[in-house]
Design a protein around this ligand. Sequence first.
Ligand SMILES: Nc1nc2c(c(=O)[nH]1)N[C@H]1C(S)=C(S)[C@@H](COP(=O)(O)O)O[C@H]1N2
Ligand SMILES: [Mo]
Length: 406
Amino acid sequence: MKRRSFVKKSSLTGLATLLGIDVVFKEFMPEGYVPLAFQESDPFQLFKKDPSMVVLNDKPWNMEAQAHLLDDLVTPNKYMFIRNNGLIPEKIDVGNWELHIDGESVKSHKTYSLSDLKSKFKQYTYQLTLECGGNGRSEFNPPAKGNQWTIGAVSSAEWTGVRLKDILQDVGIKDDAVYIGYHSADIHLSRNPSKEPISRGVPISKALQEETLLAFKMNGEDIPLVHGFPLRLVAGGYPASASGKWLTGISVRNKEHDGEKMGGSSYRVPCETVAPGETVLDENMCIIESMPVKSLITYPKSGAILKTGDSLNIRGHAWAGELEVEKIEFSIDFGRSWIKGNLKKPVNRLAWQHFNGTIAFPKNGYYEVWARATDSGGEQQPMVLPGWNPKGYLNNACHRIAVKVA
Ligand SMILES: Nc1nc2c(c(=O)[nH]1)N[C@H]1C(S)=C(S)[C@@H](COP(=O)(O)O)O[C@H]1N2
Ligand SMILES: [Mo]
């Protein structure tokens, strides 16, 4: 057994002060032990999340939704997944917040305050679907390292802000601009101030789209701290890692942005299909751009029980990266036959689309209901796990729920 050592005297004094009472048996507290009274407050309270959300990691904070929690047309904060690569910025001085636009391909560097952005440029609101590239990772085999997301790392909130393209036009960009990269105020896990936890970006064509925003509101309110207050880049339809939170800078690049998590196997997949577990050379990896077609059954919750003769009213959302979803179908016979569902148009480009349908069951028993979306390019969700890749990205397999008719 390890020799028992003790927590630092200073923190014990602090603890006693905090509690206003003596800590009995303090001499037996093991070194490095964090007394409950010192632990971070309850993450659900801290981030105003529903207690049914699932915490995957606390350093950094990562939390996902469950399918049935994502039933709203527009995702409210309490059901929005959290994905952090580093530590949330500690002090945010809104009055002195600055956004720096620089890089090889700007005509001159320019700095904006938040009030410059809000007062000098027209504001737009779009509902934008953000899905983590690693959503669905938990199913890959051999397993991929990283947060073991199941299906809940997707959201579709309403974002309000200014168009990045209007800012870039105001700055003036050169003809050789091919990419933008973002810089943020979050803190590297090592707390080394010269390291960025993440600095990704998008091709210039994506940066100049109408729906690519520098947002300061989410669902009509200030963006919650954990989702990027006071300013966030939002590039819907791309892996959500492209949407930089706590935005402090945009670099306009004359080459592919080479910030943190742009290279290696980060947010990149083999350009050509590989065998599961195969080693892939860096030069054979491609950056994920538009996310693949996918759908989620948000009602009923898996495990629903129906009475004999009842039909099932099913609903959910479907999305397809930069494209639109054109068709939704359901299967109750493990993919042998498909029943067409109703699908709504998106409220705007890059917002998820709602579907519903009615399903009848031939007799009592256990069923699985699968949903399959098809995008405007004719691509369909795979019924089983799609191509293995080292980091477990882009799992867009059909979502399924269990239903019992008894
Ligand atoms: N500055 C910064 N921006 C970031 C991240 C981060 O760690 N730091 N995580 C990215 C990743 S990987 C995802 S999936 C989304 C998650 O956004 P959310 O936490 O608002 O749901 O933010 C992206 N933007
Ligand atoms: Mo992500």
